[in-house]
Every structure is written in C-alpha cells, then in structure tokens.
Design a protein around this ligand. Structure first.
Ligand code: SF4
Ligand code: SF4
Length: 215
C-alpha cells in the first residue's frame, strides 16, 4: 500500500529527524515568512504527533501541511536524509481523508475527470473571474476577493481571454517545406492560462521548419 494511503508507512522518516534545524536555512517559505511552522522540522514533528494521535486533524493543522512547496530543498540539506516531501504529502492525504476537501477544490478535481465539463467551466469562468478574483496589475496576477476555499493571499494567474486552441489552428505549417512534424500537447496551463508560452513554443518550432499539430 502506498504511503499516501497510510501515514504510518512513513513513520521511520519522521523518527529520523534529529531537529537540528539545517532545513530552516534553505526553506524558501521560511525565508519569506520567518515562521517556524514553515520549516521542515516543524512539519515533520506535527505529522509525527498527528500520526501518534497526540494532536487531532484540524483545519489549522492541515493549513500548516499545505504551507509547503515540496521543493525538496530541505531534503537536499538534511543530514539525516529525512524525505520531508513524502511526509508532507502523506500527512496531507491523511488529513484530507479525515477533514475532506474545501468545496472549491472538490468541484475542480471532479471536473478535471470530465474533460468537456472542465473545458466548458473554464471558458465560462474567464468571463466571470473578476467577480471572485481581484486583478493586481503590479504582478499581473490575482488574489481571491473572498474566501472561496483558498487563502486570500494566494496568488492566482488569470484565465486567458482566448484559449490557445482557440488562437491557433489544429495544423500549423511553416513557411518552408517541413523537415519534421510534431504533435503538441498543450496541457491545461498553456491552453487556458499561459497562452503566450504556447504561442512562443509553436513559433519557435515553425521558425525551425517544424509542422505543429495541436490535436
Ligand atoms: S535538517 Fe533534517 S534532521 Fe534536521 S531538523 Fe530538518 S528534517 Fe530534521
Ligand atoms: S519542501 Fe517544504 S519544508 Fe522543505 S524546503 Fe521546500 S517548502 Fe520548505
């Protein structure tokens, strides 16, 4: 059984931590917030106490586990080799089983399973996103206007006015005879949000005489 389904499987990782604090210096979230709870040492201890039943699952505890990029900078610098990313992910999964997901995430994850519904939802959402999101021109990103299951300080990129697939044809031919042909899987981020990156990818390929099919 995966450690994501059973936090106890990863107990050895938690027990390895000697609380030396080496992970503090490298954690990007600690550098920004100076919160001890952001440091791997704290998350590993909290996960351990939670596993042993010494502290209950609460939204505040879940929020502390969510406050991690799983960037593994702490793993790289840990003298005990604690796999902090696995501990954090397993603790998140265990708490999600106990507490459930915020309604917005539930809706998003359910719609991700249904491609057409997801597409329709995002295309509708781009017209109404300003109702729930406040655009910040200084960083060209948005913050939630009110608690919609997300932290109010969460920075979210806005949906593009036109999806990449609406902007580009299915077959993109270079000016010269093509020397290769590629299928380009746009994924959802480039299709719905970072369309400029998608267009740049296609332009680079076309400039190199590559035909680009966007299925
Ligand atoms: S560096 Fe490793 S052993 Fe030291 S406190 Fe952080 S997680 Fe624990
Ligand atoms: S994995 Fe999490 S705790 Fe470790 S350095 Fe990255 S953000 Fe910090």
């Amino acid at each position: 059984m995966s450690y994501l389904l059973n936090l106890a499987q990863i107990e050895d990782e938690m027990a390895k931590c000697m609380k030396c604090g080496n992970c503090q210096a490298v954690c990007p979230l600690y550098k920004e917030t100076l919160r001890e709870a952001a440091v791997a040492r704290a998350k590993v201890q909290l996960a351990y106490f939670y596993l042993r039943g010494e502290i209950p699952a609460t939204p505040a505890l879940a929020e502390k586990m969510l406050f991690c990029l799983t960037c593994m900078a702490c793993v790289e610098s840990c003298p005990s080799g604690v796999q902090v990313d696995k501990v954090v992910l397993a603790a998140r999964a265990a708490m999600e089983r106990e507490l459930g997901l915020p309604w917005l995430k539930k809706v998003i994850f359910q719609s991700l399973k249904r491609g057409k519904l997801f597409d329709a939802a995002l295309k509708t959402g781009r017209h109404f996103q300003s109702l729930g999101l406040r655009y910040r021109p200084d960083i060209q990103r948005c913050n939630p206007r009110f608690p919609i299951g997300l932290e109010l300080r969460r920075v979210i990129p806005p949906l593009a006015k036109k999806t990449l697939r609406e902007q580009l044809p299915e077959i993109n031919r270079p000016a010269n005879k093509p020397r290769a042909r590629v299928a380009y899987f746009t994924g959802c981020m480039e299709n719905y949000i970072y369309t400029d990156i998608g267009r740049a990818v296609v332009n680079v390929l076309l400039a190199n005489d590559v035909e680009v099919i966007i299925p």
